[in-house]
Design a protein around this ligand. Structure first.
Ligand code: PLP
Length: 392
């Protein structure tokens, strides 16, 4: 019998991928499946980006690149952050990564070890907890509550910090809730962090362009007082409909940038060269495709929430960001994961049960509205019909 080191007994999973596989399997068997499960835009990558990557290959950009990424791309990331948030970031602190997820992998590996505590949002992206536990650190959930608009509470977060806390993970706009934490709350958090200089912060801002109702994204980059301990996670997957390209970036404080770069050299070497040229075009080319996609997500957001609220037993607040509706299904009286599985197997609708995002997820269901209005309407009609059989 092979034995692996203990960490591998603790590594978790992302159930959205299992649901996607099952949905594809059912579809391949001829079932009519509508996917509101996986969090990826249904749009195609804008053609100027695709063309730039093809051209890069034709121009001979097929070899290794520097581990931290091609220089023009690191510069373009810095210029984009300056343009959008007015914050000066040196290209020397930018690491190009194979997907946004890799930044959390690297940051959690860097700060997690037995005896350390890492704070993460619950409900939240499942990989945070999985990776924290993998390192042997203690995963300390920061509750994200519906009555707080699914924003994190600065006071509650700060109250969970102990001398053992090494890393605080925050995520706004958030997966799975669509919650956006107001700037005033982030101000309070940053002010409070002055008392805890031993705590690094990982800010996952992958949905930063998906905020609605005229709101603007409040980036943690805008706080110079924590710049020496902030790791920013971002990337192209959601904003530019590039999930399968595997492209992300992070900004690291100078003292640990080299460690992150060495981790790159020791694992992925560098990101796919033509993909980096596509990413460069994404940041430096026209941005109207982004505006179009965000406008569409906004329209779908309103429609799905309206429709969900018409289903007896389901209630859903209007999310402020990302592309997820996070609805309460507790009145239906079924455990959320059981209901999610029934909806896929029997009604042909892929959704993700709240418990896949944390202990506070029971009673909730995540609906990704990165799908067409027609599909959203058909899906919620089928869900209504299915739950109508047992809803009181
Ligand atoms: N962070 C959050 C909150 C996400 O929801 C996701 C993807 O679903 C990621 C990071 C990872 O993105 P990528 O596909 O670029 O690895």
């Amino acid at each position: 019998m092979l034995t692996t080191v203990a960490g591998f007994d603790r590594i978790g999973d992302e159930n959205a991928f299992a649901v996607l596989a099952r949905a594809n399997q059912l579809a391949a068997a001829g079932r009519d499946i509508i996917n509101l499960g996986i969090g990826q835009p249904d749009f195609k990558t804008p053609p100027n980006i695709v063309e730039a990557a093809i051209k890069a290959l034709r121009d001979g950009h097929h070899g290794y690149t520097p581990a931290a990424g091609i220089e023009p791309l690191r510069e373009a990331v810095a210029a984009d952050l300056l343009r959008r948030f007015g914050t000066t970031v040196s290209p020397a602190n930018v690491l190009i990564t194979p997907g946004g997820k890799v930044t959390m992998f690297a940051a959690i590996l860097m700060f997690g070890e037995p005896g350390a505590e890492v704070l993460y949002p619950d409900p939240g992206f499942p990989i945070y907890r999985s990776m924290i536990e993998f390192t042997g650190a203690t995963a300390v959930p920061v509750p994200i509550r519906e009555q707080n608009g699914f924003a994190f509470s600065a006071d509650e977060t700060l109250s969970l910090i102990t001398p053992k806390t090494r890393l605080l993970i925050i995520n706004s706009p958030a997966n799975p809730t669509g919650g956006v934490t107001p700037k005033s709350e982030i101000d309070r958090l940053v002010a409070g962090l002055a008392d805890f200089p031993h705590v690094a912060v990982l800010s996952d801002e992958i949905y930063d362009q998906m905020v609605y109702d005229g709101a603007t994204h409040a980036s943690l980059l805008a706080y110079p007082e924590i710049a020496d301990r902030l790791i920013l996670l971002n990337g192209w997957s959601k904003t530019y409909a590039m999930t399968g390209w595997r492209l992300g970036y992070s900004v690291w404080p100078t003292p640990i940038f080299e460690k992150a770069r060495k981790l790159a050299v020791n694992s992925w070497s560098c990101v796919n060269a033509p993909a980096q040229y596509g990413a460069l075009e994404a940041l430096t080319g026209p941005q109207d495709a982004v505006a179009h996609m965000v406008g569409e997500f906004d329209r779908r957001r309103r429609r799905i929430v309206d429709l969900l609220n018409q289903v007896p037993g389901i209630s859903c607040a209007l999310p402020k960001g990302a592309f997820y509706a996070y609805a309460s299904v507790s009145a239906l009286g079924r455990p959320a994961k059981v209901l999610a599985s029934e909806l896929l197997e029997q009604a042909g609708i892929a959704v993700i049960g709240g418990p896949d995002f944390g202990t506070l997820g029971e009673g909730y269901m995540r609906f990704s509205y990165a799908n067409s209005i027609d599909n959203i309407e058909a899906a919620i009609a089928r869900i209504g019909e299915y739950v109508g059989k047992f809803a009181k």
